[in-house]
Design a protein around this ligand. Sequence first.
Ligand code: FAD
Ligand code: NAI
Length: 330
Amino acid sequence: MTTTPIAIIGTGIAGLSAAQALDEAGVTVHLFEKSRGSGGRLASKRSEAGSLDLGAAYFTARDRRFAAAVRDWQARGWAAEWRASLYELRNGQLGPSPDEQERFVGTPRMSAITRGLLGELPVTFGCRITEVFRGAEHWTLLDAEGVSHGPFSQVVIATPAPQACNLLASLPVLASKVANAAMEPTWSVALGFAAPLSTKVDGCFVQNGVLDWFSRDNSKPGRDNPLDTWVLQATSAWTREHLDLAKEQVVEHLHGAFAEIIGCPVPSPSFTLAHRWLYARPAQPHQWGVVADPELGLYACGDWCLSGRVEGAWLSGREAARRLLEQLQH
Ligand code: FAD
Ligand code: NAI
């Protein structure tokens, strides 16, 4: 096998799933991440109100390989089942909506999972890759500061599709396929209340034009937030229409919609935060697994290659690693 390392761009769950599989196979990897920490959309934001799950609120495990990985994370203390008291807003009526579905969260925060997977693997944080190009034998990466990184034998791009597309300029066939994977935005808002709201709701599926979902962070295992924190997610349609709205106004709209639904007095929050995810979820599901040019050694993976969920992202990263290892053994 090659001794030249493999570059992985992105430390979300897809990039780290690929990294773990490659590392276990004895291949040297180096990860690059534009943010200061790992997790991507499975990250948590630390704030004075506590830790906030502004991206994925929870995840499910339907695939047996992913279910086995989740059991391993549970055994390591990185994840736990969230037995939530779930509600639904249907025809304007808020009502309990229990089901048998197992749902999981990272513990004590979402980012515990990617932090655990990253372990001691070599990573460069705060490094936005802007170009990926191949010389006669190897790949080189260029970052936003103009610094080049390499040589690498293969490259795994594990970013949302539009960002992957930008990095595929030298591979127009792959770029045009990835360009088909449009992604939808989501506004997330966190509210923190000094006194707990008087409601049994832990999480709620909503369809009212503004909100898609909201949940109470402190109802999740391992959380110990000093405030009663709630994360509200707008629908993609509402977000698209209000993409450039000022954060204070986004908070006001989502807070108003929440107060109308929740069915208990909602005082002014003592903490608010709004976060816009430009590439929150794929507009349409694809079943690509991975988009790759194995001859050249370029693999693009992420939730947009599968179900658009944490599980799909993890499976796509695994598939990228499997295909890459298969090619190395040729
Ligand atoms: P990402 O997590 O986006 O990781 C990509 C990483 O690449 C990021 O860390 C990014 O910073 C980095 N990156 C991008 N470009 C570059 C570059 N040029 N150079 C270096 N680094 C770069 N899923 C569920 O299963 N259940 C849910 O309840 C759920 N709710 C969600 C709610 C919201 C608001 C959002 C936004 C998503 C939700 N999801 C949910 C989806 C889930 O979070 C994603 O499917 C999954 O986390 C995607 O993982 P990924 O590794 O493919 O991508
Ligand atoms: P899941 O099985 O809990 O939910 C799947 C869908 O089924 C839900 O969206 C909801 O519409 C419905 N549903 C499930 N249980 C319900 C109940 N008890 N009462 C009423 N409706 C119920 O989880 P899965 O399949 O893992 O999906 C992940 C969740 O993540 C989905 O809710 C999805 O919308 C959300 N998501 C949000 C993103 C965003 O950007 N806001 C991005 C990706 C996923």
